[in-house]
Design a protein around this ligand. Structure first.
Ligand code: BTN
Length: 259
């Protein structure tokens, strides 16, 4: 498929929940552009509207913790959803909203056994199929917008991925056309965002999709610090509860590097 065909397919199948969309042939990073757009609105003293950015390729795709995200043309879904200012509680649930919506949609549309590694890596048998990068933009001391960026490896070949990466193609599953998959994933995130379902329900679904089971030994990297412990579960904020040698520890940021 060419970019022109992708554009037409996206235009012809735009879901009603997506009022504003920016479709890009090539961009440094949809998250970076999203933050620049929000900045432009703020400079004009305007509220940025909810909108979606989808790119055919990214030249500077960004992952969590300063990593890069491989974004070859037409081979993956590279998307960012801009959400106007919201309360801190809504922003705190975004990682879980995104992880659940994306994993459920990948399972439903492709049959792939996608599960979630805390906080929001999308894995198939330990191989990384997709990821989520959530960033915020402030106006003075308050929150102006959140950007939920996600990347899904659809047709990436082995040499286009990091060592533990995978793609739907490499997993041998039949995926919907890229525009269909892109809108399905975006729609699922928006539907979860707009859902009135209580946080407990979201976290129960997250628990079911999680690769972590109570009793697992986890090693977490928190900046320069490494924390090891037995996984006890998630608390009501989605933090990891770990039984460490020095007592229970709750981990709200960072990454699980071994489990
Ligand atoms: C991760 O490291 O797991 C997060 C990967 C997030 C990648 C997506 S692709 C679309 C959006 N734009 C970016 O530059 N990154 C995110």
């Amino acid at each position: 498929m060419s970019f022109a065909e992708f554009l037409v397919a996206l235009r012809d199948s735009r879901p009603p929940a997506v009022e504003n969309a920016v479709i890009l042939a090539r961009v440094d990073s949809t998250n970076l552009l999203a933050k620049r757009i929000v900045g432009d609105y703020l400079r004009e003293e305007l509220e940025p509207p909810r909108h979606v950015l989808l790119a055919w390729t990214q030249t500077l795709g960004r992952g969590r913790l300063g990593r890069t995200w491989s974004s070859p043309p037409g081979k993956g879904v590279y998307a960012s959803i801009v959400l106007p200012a919201d309360d801190a509680a809504t922003v705190a649930r975004l990682p879980f909203v995104a992880a659940v919506a994306l994993a459920e949609t990948l399972r439903a549309t492709t049959g792939v056994a996608c599960r979630v590694k805390w906080p929001n890596d999308l894995l198939v048998d330990g191989r990384k199929l997709g990821g989520v990068l959530i960033e915020t933009v402030a106006r003075g001391d308050s929150l102006a917008a959140a950007v939920v960026g996600f990347g899904i490896n659809r047709e990436h070949d082995r040499d286009e991925l990091p060592p533990h990466g995978t793609s739907l193609r490499l997993e041998g599953v039949a995926a919907p056309p890229i525009a269909t998959l892109g809108w399905a994933l975006v729609s699922a995130v928006l539907a979860r965002l707009d859902s009135d379902a209580p946080l407990g329900e979201l976290m129960e679904t997250y628990r079911q999709l999680s690769i972590h089971r109570p009793g697992d030994r986890l090693v977490c990297q928190l900046g320069d610090e490494r924390v090891e412990g037995r996984f006890l579960g998630f608390d009501e904020q989605g933090h990891l509860r770990l039984a460490t040698a020095s007592g229970e520890r709750r981990v709200g940021a960072g990454e699980v590097i071994a489990s």
